[in-house]
Design a protein around this ligand. Structure first.
Ligand SMILES: [Zn+2]
Ligand SMILES: [Zn+2]
Length: 141
């Protein structure tokens, strides 16, 4: 255990794990998060600016919650976040479907290059994850 300064209010507190933020600020954040959630529930078509003004949360904070998947954005909502790779509007996560697929593919390529010696293992793994991807798509569409 160590004593550190809260990144938000600069008070000293007993740091355990995770973000460097004191219990009071954490609690405050939870309150704001609840507010955002409730506001969006009542106003599913509100814009990011509206939500920010009504809840007092900054736009980056709201976007952060969306990216983390803590805040679920309905399909009819104008709110979205940008894909970190191509900037396309998405509703959750870090990348759009296309980029997620391409990243996965590139990663597999890299993995294949690395594990030359255990080709068999890699191949069966590839098949498995590919099937998983297709199945997932089927369910979602
Ligand atoms: Zn604090
Ligand atoms: Zn993208």
């Amino acid at each position: 255990m160590e004593i550190r300064n809260c990144k938000k209010c600069n008070r000293l507190f007993q740091y355990v794990t995770g973000r460097v933020i004191c219990p009071a600020c954490k609690e405050e954040e939870e309150k704001v998060f609840k507010k955002i959630k409730e506001y969006l529930y009542e106003h599913p078509k509100a814009t990011l600016v509206q939500v920010s003004q009504e809840t007092g949360a900054s736009i980056p904070t709201i976007k952060h919650y969306i990216r983390e998947g803590r805040l679920i954005i309905t399909p009819e909502s104008p709110i979205g976040i940008e894909c970190e790779r191509c900037g396309t509007m998405i509703k959750t996560g870090r990348f759009c479907e296309k980029c997620a697929y391409e990243i996965e593919r590139d990663m597999k390529k890299a993995t294949n290059g690395l594990i030359k010696n255990s080709t068999k293992y890699t191949n069966s793994n590839l098949k498995k994850s590919k099937m998983h991807y297709l199945n997932k798509n089927k369910i979602e569409r």
